[in-house]
Write a protein that binds this ligand. Structure first.
Ligand code: PLP
Length: 453
């Protein structure tokens, strides 16, 4: 019952904003009055409350379930309310809710061993953080300490988190002028559809992007560069699938100059691309891997840094100056253990792979045939971008008003659609069934039609 108690003056959404005491059970009104929102929501707060969820579905306050094609912040890989994970959190909570980092703890040890198992051979040590941004902070810190060098090279088309060095490493408009910290250098990475290198084939794009990276390294001075930090697949920047040889090329170049390679798997890790780690599909081994979101699907905040043997060994004799009060929090660790076990026993990564190959890939490609405003479809697993354009010849991005209309039409039809600039990101939970995925594409098509595309 969403009704308010007492006087009810109401705003245009029907929410009382006049006094706290009259709105104590109206989530949206209380939220608007007292919550200072994160950047996504400050100008764009959804008018409806979410009251529950199950599997790939979200339940809204209007009583309707809608199919979630976003996984919210692309983090809900195991779907909503997986009973085994709720039980894992409850079990740890009943044992002890808070344990400082100075004590050994079984859940933390088990979580570390399960996470390390997903990295290449020789990555045995996991440093836990509370999220993705601080995972990248600590990865960059480790690279700087190991190499004794200062600069980090990252991509203009990237997002690495909204804290000090992580936002400085981020390359696009989200890095504001006061985030231009020293020690950060950016390069262009492959994006054939809007090539910075005038390339017309994937191989050309790959070769030219690698040559560009090497030139930047040479001009900056190789012995000033600690690490190259790259997302396996740039996510919020557009789900930009790199050419197959790109990372092997980056690995070769970084080795040649004694530079470390950090792979950001925060969005792509733990099944999103149909592989445990997106890097599994590219045949290379970095020095450091960062993760967050999919490790426990955000049931309790957690992230971390997986270090190669050599990087971890550097800190055998010197202290690594990282850690927060809640690093490796037991409830987060309990959630990681239960989520990892469920992903394995329920073959959730295989499901994401199959849904990508058999449903999302073919169905989205077919969708493009009938819609001239779709410029490109790209992706793998449950990680797809539909790039919308005003027309295919100019490739001019479709306007914001139409993109907004697509989201609103989806909400009416019964599907949660995620939009970033001129792209629809189709990133459902990894547990979505083939039938649900097919229905999702049908509903997306309806939403495109209703928005006039
Ligand atoms: N790295 C990547 C690739 C991301 O997509 C994100 C968040 O979207 C982050 C880092 C930051 O993670 P968090 O928001 O958990 O700090």
């Amino acid at each position: 019952n969403r009704a308010c108690i007492g006087n009810y003056e109401g705003d245009d959404m029907g929410h009382d904003l006049s006094s706290d005491t009259t709105i104590w059970d109206d989530a949206v009104a209380l939220d608007r009055r007292h919550v200072f929102h994160t950047w996504h929501a400050q100008r764009n707060l959804h008018p409806e409350e979410i009251v529950g969820g199950h599997g790939s579905w979200l339940r809204f306050a209007d009583g309707r379930d809608r199919l979630d094609l976003t996984s919210q912040q692309v983090n809900v890989n195991i779907g909503y309310q997986l009973p085994a994970v709720i039980a894992g959190i409850r079990k740890q909570a009943e044992l002890l809710c808070t344990i400082g980092p100075d004590y050994a703890n079984l859940a933390r040890g088990r979580a570390a061993s399960l996470v390390a198992r997903r990295a290449p051979e020789g990555f045995d040590k996991v440093f836990f953080t509370n999220a993705g941004a601080d995972a990248n902070e600590n990865a960059m810190r480790a690279a700087r300490l190991v190499t004794g060098r200062d600069k980090i090279i990252s991509s203009y088309r990237s997002y690495h988190g909204n804290t000090g060095s992580a936002i400085s490493a981020t390359g696009d408009w989200r890095r504001k002028p006061n985030d231009y910290a020293r020690g950060h250098v950016h390069v262009f990475t492959p994006y054939l559809y809007r090539s910075e290198f005038s390339a017309t084939t994937e191989q050309e794009e790959c070769d030219r992007a690698l040559r560009h990276l090497e030139h930047v390294i040479q001009f900056e001075g190789p012995d000033t560069i600690a690490a190259v930090l790259l997302e396996s697949i740039p996510g919020t920047a557009g789900i930009l699938i790199p050419p197959q040889d790109y990372f092997r090329g980056v690995r070769e170049i970084t080795r040649r100059y004694g530079i470390l390679m950090i792979t950001d798997e925060v969005m792509t890790g733990f099944g999103r691309t149909g592989f445990w780690m997106a890097l599994d599909d590219y045949g290379y081994t970095p020095d450091i891997i960062t993760f967050a979101k999919g490790c426990n699907s955000g049931y309790v905040p957690a992230g971390g840094v997986i270090m190669s043997h050599d990087v971890a060994a550097h800190f055998d004799d010197v202290v690594f100056p990282g850690g927060l009060t809640y690093s490796g929090h037991p409830l987060a660790m309990g959630a990681i253990v239960a989520a990892q076990e469920a992903m394995e026993s329920e073959h959730i990564v295989d499901n994401a792979h199959d849904v990508g190959e058999k449903v999302l890939g073919p169905r989205l490609t077919a969708l493009m045939d009938g819609h001239p405003k779709i410029g490109e479809i790209r992706g793998k697993g449950v990680f797809w971008a539909v790039e919308m354009v005003a027309d295919r010849s100019s490739r001019k991005p479709l306007d914001d008003a139409t993109m907004g209309a697509i989201v609103r039409a989806g909400h009416e039809i019964g599907v949660v659609i995620g939009v970033h600039a001129n792209r629809i990101h189709v990133t459902p939970p990894c547990v979505i069934t083939p039938d649900e995925a097919a229905d999702g594409v049908d509903m997306l098509e309806k939403a495109l039609k209703e928005a006039g595309c």
